[in-house]
Design a protein around this ligand. Structure first.
Ligand SMILES: [Zn+2]
Ligand SMILES: [Zn+2]
Length: 302
C-alpha cells in the first residue's frame, strides 16, 4: 500500500477529498459532500440549512409562537420599515373612506371593503416580503429590504392568484353555511406560506393536504395564535382611539397609527403561520427543496 499523497476524507480514508467544508474546514469526499456551493460536510449542512432548528420542529402551539417570534426577531427592523411604509397609504385609505358623523353600517362596511381591497392588491406585498425575510432567517440567508421586496414582487401573481382562489372557496362555503366556511378556511390556513415556500405544488392543495389529518389541532392553534396577536392590536386601536378622542387631533395620523398596529400584529401572525407550516411539513414528511431565491448570490450563506 502506498501512503495517500492527497488529502482524504476522515470518514472514508480510501476516498480522496474533493472539497473542504466551508463552515468547519474538514475534508469531504464525494460521498460526504452535502452541498456544492458552498461545499458543506454532513454535520454542517443541516446547521446551515436550518440554523434555528425550525424546519425539524414538530407542529405545536409553542413552536408556532416561539419560532414565529424567533424568525421575526432578527429582521424586526426591516419588518418595522415595511409596516410603516404600507400603513401610510393604508391610513390614507381609511381616512378618505372614513364614515362621516352619521355612522351608518353600510358606510362602515364600505370603508372596511376599501381597506381590504388595498391589502389584497398592495398591502400583501409587504406581508409576503416579511414572510420571505423570515424564510431567510429559517434557512440561513439574510435578505436586504430591497431583496425582500423584489422577491415579493416577483411572486405577486402567484400569491394574488392563491389568495383570490382561497378567498372565493371560503366565501362559497360560508354562503352555503357558516360552519363549512370555517372548515374550508382552516384547510386553507397555510395557503400563503405554501405559495411562497413551495413553488412546485398548488398552494391550496398543499395546505389542504397538510391540514386534513389534523383539522382540529390546526383550528385550535391557528385561532389561538390569531387571538394572541390580533386581539391586543384591536384592544390597542380601541384604547388609542378613545384616548386621542380627548385631544381631537387630525384624523389622518391617527388612522395611520391604527393601520400600523394592525399590520404589525398581522406580520407576527404571518411569521407564526410560517413556523406552523414548517412544523406541518416536518410532521407530514414533506421534503423542502432548496428555496428558489430570485435575487443575489446562489446557495445558502454560511
Ligand atoms: Zn463542516
Ligand atoms: Zn467521506
Amino acid at each position: 500500500m502506498t501512503p495517500a499523497l492527497t488529502a482524504v476524507c476522515p470518514d472514508h480514508p480510501q476516498s480522496p477529498s474533493v472539497a473542504t467544508c466551508s463552515r468547519c474546514g474538514r475534508f469531504v469526499c464525494a460521498v460526504c459532500l452535502r452541498s456544492d456551493s458552498p461545499p458543506l460536510c454532513p454535520a454542517c449542512a443541516p446547521r446551515v440549512a436550518d440554523p434555528l432548528g425550525v424546519l425539524a420542529a414538530p407542529f405545536s402551539f409553542g413552536n408556532m409562537v416561539g419560532y414565529g417570534v424567533r424568525l421575526l426577531a432578527p429582521v424586526w427592523g426591516k419588518a418595522l420599515v415595511l409596516s410603516v411604509l404600507f400603513s401610510i397609504p393604508g391610513g390614507w385609505i381609511s381616512y378618505l373612506s372614513a364614515p362621516s358623523d352619521d355612522e351608518s353600517l353600510t358606510q362602515v362596511g364600505r370603508s372596511i371593503q376599501r381597506s381590504n381591497i388595498y391589502d389584497a392588491l398592495v398591502g400583501n406585498i409587504g406581508e409576503v416580503a416579511v414572510i420571505l425575510l423570515c424564510i431567510g432567517v429559517a434557512e440561513g440567508r439574510r435578505l436586504s429590504l430591497g431583496q425582500a421586496l423584489r422577491e415579493s414582487l416577483s411572486r405577486y401573481g402567484r400569491l394574488f392568484g392563491a389568495r383570490f382562489r382561497s378567498g372565493v372557496w371560503i366565501l362559497l362555503f360560508t354562503l352555503l353555511f357558516l360552519v363549512p366556511g370555517i372548515w374550508k378556511a382552516v384547510l386553507l390556513a397555510f395557503v400563503v406560506p405554501a405559495a411562497v415556500r413551495i413553488e412546485a405544488m398548488d398552494p391550496l392543495k398543499l395546505s389542504t393536504l397538510l391540514v386534513t389529518p389534523r383539522w382540529w389541532a390546526v383550528f385550535g392553534r391557528v385561532s389561538a395564535v390569531m387571538a394572541l396577536f390580533l386581539l391586543p392590536a384591536v384592544l390597542f386601536v380601541g384604547v388609542f382611539d378613545f384616548l386621542v378622542g380627548f385631544l381631537d387631533p387630525p384624523r389622518l395620523p391617527v388612522e395611520m397609527v391604527e393601520d400600523w398596529a394592525t399590520r404589525v400584529a398581522e406580520y407576527l401572525v404571518s411569521a407564526c403561520l410560517l413556523s406552523g407550516f414548517y412544523g406541518l411539513c416536518a410532521d407530514g414528511k414533506v421534503s423542502l427543496e432548496p428555496m428558489a431565491w430570485r435575487t443575489g448570490q446562489r446557495g445558502p450563506m454560511v
